[in-house]
Design a protein around this ligand. Structure first.
Ligand SMILES: [Zn+2]
Length: 500
């Protein structure tokens, strides 16, 4: 019985990922869906994967069957150009023209390319088009400093919830193979099928792309509504903003969790789903018609584990602690969460955790890079320190900007009028420069890097530059104090005579 598709009852064997590969799932199971029904869910999963791409990119999650960490497309606020962002890199996706002027028989251009490879490709393309391009000077490598980056985060919606329901349904089928084929899940499966069909159609989940509306769209919408009607008019899955009943912390730092179970008391078949230990959902699959034994299966999934066996942790228990209370109106809890800002808090808290994690990783890297510092000559050691800090220059710039932004409101109104624009100018971006910064901002960055270097040199001398201290200097209060003192010094010098 366990070898049949839970949707149609025909032979299973598609070998789908139990937890989606795009989200870092590494395990497959051939006993749950036939190929048709496995493929049928792929658009739905793709929709959820798109929604969490930004988090995966920030954490460096490598999708299964891929060698590259997840990246997302975003826009640089200053140049307006498209960027590819991941934990490993941020680069423009296309060449940028920094400057151009007509000259005799042609145009002189100053250009910036995402990489040497991209430059060579562009040169070859021009040649193929019959254009004669002569490099006037050797290419130089520059770091381009980012200001605000815009990436639209879209999360939830009927398809996001549908994907959550589908993934949890797959886990239920794995942990309770007989229950999944008992017919007690029929309405729930009909719902995930209906939303999956909608996800396959242009405009079904995402905004409609150009072109005439797909004639399949309206019937698919009606079928989806009909699947909800048989469930009492509402989706069997909902956002959960309440504290989680199972207080066992996730086995992994940014682990996902899927909980499935059944309660013998009333036959409730329940499920819970948490993304990155932060975003929680609840669902009710149905009620068992035959007698059942109470059991809960909890699986924690580490999206950052490269491969089995340490990518998941499974716990079985004979209680129904994670059973769910179906909200009277699932959308009401989401509406309340939005109006009380608790949904926003969920995301900002997750982003804060990711930022702390990446600061920790940067600190570990710097610590390792500086390991040989003490054995070097004074000149070599200085050189190494400067290079290592250069590697963290975007962070240093961010701290300088943060300090200056927070300094402004402390100024008396009269001074703010004159000093405000000066402070803004200290970190102003210039998309037409090779490094993306104005001359003034480059000076500010140099001041900040210099201040950090002298502080680190002092810290090494007294033996206190451990990973924690490096993290403090690169992105926390102590670093802000050191950098603030350096970048505000010229301003303070001006202020003192003014106040006398
Ligand atoms: Zn099937």
């Amino acid at each position: 019985m366990a070898n049949t598709c839970i949707v149609c009852g025909r032979a299973a064997g598609s070998g789908e990922h139990v937890f989606p590969a795009a989200l870092g799932g590494r395990r497959t199971n051939k006993n749950i869906y036939c190929t048709t029904h496995d493929n049928g869910y792929s658009s739905l999963v793709a929709d959820l994967a798109n929604q969490v791409d930004a988090f995966n990119a920030m954490l460096g999650v490598v999708p299964d069957h891929s060698n590259e960490v997840k990246s997302v497309r975003a826009h640089d606020a200053h140049s307006g150009e498209e960027l590819k962002l991941s934990v490993n890199e941020s680069s423009f996706t296309a060449p940028r023209v920094l400057f151009q002027k007509p000259i005799a028989h042609g145009v002189q251009m100053e250009m910036s390319f995402p990489s040497r490879q991209a430059m060579n490709q562009w040169l070859a393309e021009q040649k193929a088009n019959g254009l004669d391009v002569t490099p006037l000077q050797k290419a130089q490598e520059h770091t381009y400093y980012l200001g605000e980056v815009h990436h639209r985060l879209r999360f939830g919606g009927p398809c996001g919830l549908g994907a959550v329901a589908y993934v949890t349904q797959t886990f239920l089928a794995q942990a309770f193979p007989d229950l999944a084929r008992s017919g007690d899940l029929a309405q729930f499966i009909a719902y995930t099928q209906a939303i999956a069909k909608l996800a396959q159609i242009n405009g079904g989940c995402s905004e409609m792309k150009n072109g005439p509306p797909d004639p399949r769209l309206e019937p698919a919408r009606q079928a989806y509504e009909a699947s909800l009607a048989s469930l009492g008019g509402q989706a069997p899955v909902w956002w959960d903003f309440d504290p989680q009943p199972d207080a066992t912390p996730n086995a992994f730092e940014f682990g996902h969790r899927v909980v499935v179970g059944v309660d013998a008391v009333d036959g409730q078949i329940f499920g819970r789903f948490s993304l990155f230990s932060s975003i929680h959902f609840g669902m009710r699959f149905g009620a068992a018609s035959a007698s059942v034994v109470t059991k809960t299966v909890t699986v924690d999934i580490d999206p950052m584990a490269a491969h089995p066996p340490n990518d998941i942790k499974k716990i079985e228990s004979a209680t129904a602690i994670a059973r769910v209370a179906v909200p009277a109106q699932p959308n009401a809890s989401l509406a309340a969460a939005i109006s009380t800002k608790s949904q926003e808090r969920v995301f900002s808290e997750l982003l804060r955790k990711i930022e702390a994690h990446s600061l920790g990783k940067a600190a570990a890297k710097v610590h390792a890079e500086l390991a040989g510092y003490s054995a070097l000559s004074e000149v070599e050691a200085e050189d190494l320190l400067a290079r290592v800090i250069d590697g963290q220059a975007q962070r240093v710039l961010n701290v300088a900007k943060y300090v200056l932004e927070n300094f402004k409101p402390h100024l008396p109104a009269a001074l703010l009028l004159t000093l405000g624009p000066m402070i803004d100018a200290m970190t102003i971006h210039d998309p037409n420069s090779a490094n993306g910064l104005s001359t003034k901002a480059t000076e500010t960055l140099d001041l900040a890097k210099g201040a950090l270097a002298s502080q680190m040199r002092e810290d090494i001398k007294v033996g206190r530059l451990d990973e924690r201290r490096i993290a403090e200097l690169l992105g926390e209060g102590p670093g802000a104090a050191v950098i603030g003192q350096a970048v505000l010094a010229p301003m303070v010098k001006m202020l003192v005579p003014m106040q006398i």
